[in-house]
Design a protein. Structure first.
Length: 76
């Protein structure tokens, strides 16, 4: 990735992340092709549900969404 592409990507990412209006932690496991997004750190999730046939897991602590896991992230 060139410097210009990296800057453009970072600016687009910043625009999307700031829409959440909260802290965000992101980790990508390239070998497993899984993207982990934490909306609370540490998550301490008490329940996780998988959205039907879309490869996305939502993690909750009580009723509060604390994490999102995206399977096969590079294919999205």
């Amino acid at each position: 990735m060139s410097k210009d592409e990296a800057v453009r990507y970072a600016l687009n990412l910043a625009k999307e992340v700031t829409k959440l209006g909260q802290d965000l932690w992101v980790s990508y496991d390239a070998e497993a092709d899984v993207l982990y997004i934490s909306l609370q750190y540490p998550q301490r999730a008490t329940d996780t549900i998988m959205l039907d046939d879309v490869g996305i897991l939502l993690s909750y602590r009580g009723r509060k969404l604390v994490g999102i896991t995206v399977l096969e992230a590079s294919k999205r």
